[in-house]
Write a protein that binds this ligand. Structure first.
Ligand SMILES: [Zn+2]
Length: 326
């Protein structure tokens, strides 16, 4: 279902803000660079003059002069690159920095919506704009093994290695991941690490707690007409996004509706070869008892299952807040 006008406008306003930000950042950077390298301005004026002269030579079909100017221009470009290099800079320092270089923060590549537009739609429809802030804090760079001791640390290293493999092979092989572990053992953190890496590499990610997922599905099925409309908008992404993360499966109140919807959801994504990452603090036995034998058999045959070690890190962090990251 297409976006309604206000949603589309809101996304486009986001792009306009990004463009304004990168323009301002570029202006400030260029000002700084020109202050640091006063010779650069004169050199750039020569380049502009030479380019204008070359256009005039081309219009008047003066081939000899054109070739001469071409050579002169090459020298000037080389001179500029050398000058920048002397100051530890490169040509890219004179260019704008885009959040999405693929569409230069316009949201479109030609007539087509860019992959970042798709993620912007998902962020808007699932109210997950806050996710990016969380992912800035919870990612592989901030991940620390120091909360795990002895054998737990080794088990965690293997889990992280599997998470990295999941990311590395994401485009080449269809895979799903089930992370099991007690409360506070780092399941959500590891899910966030994976979400960040995949979002950074242009994949669409929908992140929902199990509670949110079932709430959304049940509102759609039993809600008002208006809620049904918003469901029709969000529904396709649950099945079509590159990665669906269902966090904390088992914390919702299970009933026959959630059980059937859970099967529908994971089965449909398997059929479409779309990856799913589930985290739960239940064990396999409990999952089987709640979500049925057939759901579990789909998981066992199509998911990599990892048990995270250790006890509640959040409690450890509270007890030792100054512990260094590693
Ligand atoms: Zn883009």
């Amino acid at each position: 279902m297409p976006l309604i006008n206000t949603q589309y406008d809101s996304i486009m306003r986001g792009y306009a803000r990004r463009q304004a930000r990168s323009r301002q950042e570029l202006e400030e950077r260029l000002e700084r660079i020109h202050r640091e390298i006063p010779e650069l301005s004169a050199l750039e004026e020569q380049i502009t003059a030479c380019q204008a002269e070359k256009v005039r030579a081309a219009v008047s079909q003066n081939r000899e002069l054109s070739a001469e100017l071409e050579e002169r221009l090459t020298q000037l470009f080389e001179g500029r690159a050398e000058l920048l290099a002397e100051h530890g800079l490169s040509l890219s320092d004179l260019e704008p920095v885009y959040t999405c270089p693929d569409c230069r923060d316009t949201g479109y590549i030609g007539e087509e919506k860019c992959h970042c537009f798709l993620q912007a739609e998902i962020d808007l429809l699932y109210h997950q704009s806050h996710l990016k802030e969380i992912l800035e804090k919870e990612n592989f760079h901030t991940f620390s093994y120091s909360w795990y001791e002895g054998e737990d640390r080794e088990i965690m290293r293997r889990c992280v290695m599997d998470a990295r493999m999941f990311i590395e092979n994401f485009d080449s092989s269809f895979q799903n991941l089930l992370l099991l572990g007690a409360v506070g053992t780092g399941k959500t953190f590891l899910s966030n690490c994976i979400a960040k890496e995949l979002m950074d590499t242009c994949h669409s990610v929908v992140y929902l707690t199990a509670f949110q997922l079932f709430e959304l599905l049940s509102r759609a099925a039993f809600g008002s007409e208006k809620q049904n409309r918003s469901y029709q908008q969000t529904y396709p992404y649950i099945f079509d996004c590159d990665l669906l993360i269902i966090d904390d499966l088992g914390t919702e109140l299970p009933n026959s509706f959630t059980v059937s919807q859970f099967f529908l959801c994971i089965n449909e994504r398997i059929l479409r070869k779309k990856s799913t990452l589930i985290s739960s603090n239940l064990d396999m036995e409990a999952l089987r008892n709640i979500y049925s034998e057939r759901a579990l058999s789909r998981i066992i045959s199509c998911y990599t299952i990892r048990q995270l070690p250790g006890s509640d890190i959040r409690i450890k962090k509270k007890l030792k807040p100054g512990r260094p990251a590693s």
